[in-house]
Ligand binder design. Structure first.
Ligand code: BG6
Length: 482
C-alpha cells in the first residue's frame, strides 16, 4: 500500500491506526508493505516514532501491543518524494513496488487539486497497473462540475472498478447493520413504505465547531460537508429497494435510484423546505464557546451555514407523501447520529381515555456514539384501572451489550479491509456522487436565487427556531424534542 500524503493528518489519525488494528487482528497479508510518501524530509526512525505516538492517541482499548507494533513497524516505510514528479516516484517504485504481479493500493490522502498530476505520474512510472486500486475521499469537488473534472482525472487513468471513493459513514458498523436490520428480518420490510410510515428523520448532530479548519469549512458549509455525502448515504440505505444481493453494483444501483427520485429543491420551494443556520457564541457541555465567525482564522460577515435542515421528498411508489427530514449541525447540545422511523397511528383507536398517552410506534436506529436499536411500543400500564391506561415503552437493543466480547471495527478498518479484498460495495460509484451533487447544487442555487441567508443559533442549542418550525408546520416534531 502506498499512502500519498503519508505525513498528513488523515494518515496519522485514521489510516495508520486502522492498519495497525488490522495487523493486530491478523488481517494483513504477511508480506504486505505500507509506504508513506510525502515531500517533507523525515528520517525513517522519526517517522516511526510519529506513527507510534499517534497510535498511542488513536488506537484506544489497551493501547499499543508491543509484538504487533514490532511487526507493523517492519512493514512501514517512509519515503520523501514529490508524488507529481517522475524522478522521485521512479525511485520509489524501484525500491518498493518493482514486482508488478503484486496488488497495489494507492491511497490519495491529498487535496483533490493534485489528483490529476499524481495519477499522471503513477501512469508514467508504471504504477497505474491493472492490479492497482486507487482510494480517494471527500471533498470530491464542490459541485457537480468540479466533481466531474476530478473524476475525469481519475478515470482517464484508472477504470471505474479500480477507484474506491470513501464515505467513512458507510464503514460504520451501525450503518452496515441497517442493511441487516432491513433485509435479514421479515418484521420491518412489509411496513417499510408510505402505508405505515409517517415520516423519517435523519440527524447527525455534532458538539464540535470547525476544529481549526475555518477556511476550508467556510468554502464548504454543512450542506456540502455533510449532507451531500453522509446524510444522503444514510437516506439511500434507509429508502432503497431490497437489492438482489450484496454485490457492489446491485446495492449501488438501488441507492442511485433513490438519489434520482429526490424531488428537486430549488428557488421555488427552498424557503419552505430548508433551513440554514450559523452558530453564535454560547456554551456546549457547560463550556463557553465562541461564535463561528470568531473561531480561529474566522472572518466577520460569513454567510456559510454550520447547520442545515431539509425536508426531502422521494418521488416513487414506496415513499410517496413520506417526508425525510434531514438535519445536521455543529455546536449542537449533544453528539449523536440517528435515523428515526416514525410509524403512523393505528387506523382505529379503541382505548378511549386510557389512551391519552397514545403515541405511534417509532423505531430509532442510533449510529453513534453508541450503536443501538430502540423500538417504541404501546403497552398497558399494570394495575386495575378500568380506563386501561397505556404507555409507550421501548424495546432496547444495545450492540455493546449484545456483542460485549466483540470489538467493533472502526470505519477505516472496515473500508481498508474491503479495498484489500477488492470489495467495493461500501464505496460510492461515480454516478451516485454525481446524482448527489446534482440535488445539492440545486439547493445551493435555490438559496442564492431566493436570497436565503443563514439564521443564527446560539451554540449549544438545537439550531435556529426555523428548524423547529420546518417540522411544526407539518404537525411534527424532532424526535429529541418530544
Ligand atoms: C467529516 C466532516 O466528513 O465528518 C466533518 O468533514 C465532520 O466536518 C465529520 O465533523 C463527522 O464524522 P464522524 O464520524 O465524527 O461523525
Amino acid at each position: 500500500m502506498l499512502i500519498i500524503g503519508g505525513e498528513g493528518d488523515l494518515a496519522f489519525r485514521k489510516l495508520y491506526p486502522a492498519l495497525y488494528h488490522l495487523d493486530n487482528d491478523g488481517n494483513l497479508p504477511e508480506s504486505m508493505k505500507i509506504v508513506g510518501v510525502a515531500r517533507s524530509k523525515v528520517e525513517q526512525d522519526v517517522f516511526l516514532q510519529r506513527v507510534l505516538d499517534n497510535l498511542g492517541l488513536y488506537v484506544g482499548g489497551d493501547g499499543v501491543d508491543t509484538t504487533t507494533w514490532e511487526r507493523f513497524a517492519d512493514r512501514l516505510h517512509y519515503s520523501s518524494a514529490d508524488a507529481t514528479s517522475n524522478q522521485g516516484m521512479e525511485e520509489l517504485r524501484n525500491a518498493f513496488f518493482a514486482a508488478d504481479d503484486r496488488d497495489l493500493i494507492v491511497y490519495l490522502a491529498t487535496p483533490p487539486s493534485i489528483f490529476a498530476p499524481i495519477c499522471q505520474t503513477l501512469h508514467s512510472v508504471g504504477l497505474a497497473r491493472s492490479n492497482t486500486r486507487i482510494v480517494v475521499e471527500k471533498p470530491l469537488g464542490d459541485n457537480r462540475e468540479s466533481f466531474l473534472e476530478i473524476n475525469h482525472n481519475l478515470t482517464s487513468i484508472f477504470a471505474e472498478q479500480q477507484v474506491y471513493r470513501i464515505d467513512h459513514y458507510l464503514g460504520k458498523e451501525a450503518v452496515q447493520n441497517l442493511l441487516a436490520l432491513r433485509f435479514a428480518n421479515t418484521l420491518f420490510e412489509p411496513l417499510w413504505n408510505y402505508k405505515f410510515i409517517d415520516h423519517v428523520q435523519i440527524t447527525v448532530a455534532e458538539t464540535v465547531g470547525v476544529e481549526g479548519r475555518w477556511e476550508f469549512y467556510d468554502e464548504a458549509g454543512a450542506l456540502r460537508d455533510m449532507v451531500q455525502n453522509h446524510l444522503l448515504q444514510l437516506l439511500c440505505l434507509t429508502a432503497m429497494e431490497p437489492p438482489a444481493n450484496l454485490a457492489a453494483d446491485e446495492v449501488r444501483d438501488e441507492k442511485l435510484k433513490v438519489l434520482r427520485s429526490l424531488k428537486p429543491i430549488d428557488s421555488t420551494n427552498v424557503k419552505t423546505h430548508s433551513v440554514r443556520g450559523q452558530y453564535t457564541a454560547g456554551a456546549v457541555d457547560g463550556n463557553p464557546v465562541t461564535g463561528y465567525c470568531e473561531e480561529d482564522g474566522g472572518k466577520p460577515g460569513s454567510d456559510t451555514e454550520t447547520f442545515v435542515a431539509i425536508k426531502a421528498e422521494i418521488e416513487n411508489w414506496r415513499w410517496a407523501g413520506v417526508p425525510f427530514y434531514l438535519r445536521t449541525g455543529k455546536r449542537l447540545p449533544q453528539r449523536f447520529s440517528e435515523i428515526v422511523i416514525q410509524f403512523k397511528q393505528v387506523p382505529h383507536f379503541i382505548f378511549g381515555e386510557g389512551g391519552a398517552n397514545n403515541s405511534p410506534n417509532c423505531l430509532v436506529i442510533r449510529l453513534q456514539p453508541d450503536d443501538s436499536i430502540n423500538l417504541k411500543l404501546m403497552n398497558k400500564v399494570p394495575g386495575l384501572d378500568s380506563s386501561m391506561p397505556l404507555q409507550s415503552v421501548a424495546l432496547d437493543l444495545s450492540f455493546s451489550e449484545a456483542f460485549a466480547d466483540q470489538r467493533g471495527a472502526n470505519a477505516y478498518e472496515r473500508l481498508l479491509f474491503d479495498v484489500m479484498n477488492a470489495n467495493p460495495t461500501l464505496f460510492m460509484r461515480a454516478d451516485e456522487v454525481e446524482a448527489a451533487w446534482t440535488w445539492v447544487d440545486q439547493i445551493r442555487e435555490g438559496w442564492r436565487l431566493a436570497g436565503k441567508r443563514v439564521a443564527s443559533y446560539t451554540a449549544g442549542s438545537w439550531g435556529p427556531s426555523e428548524a423547529i418550525a420546518l417540522m411544526a408546520k407539518d404537525d411534527r416534531n424532532w424526535y429529541d424534542m418530544l
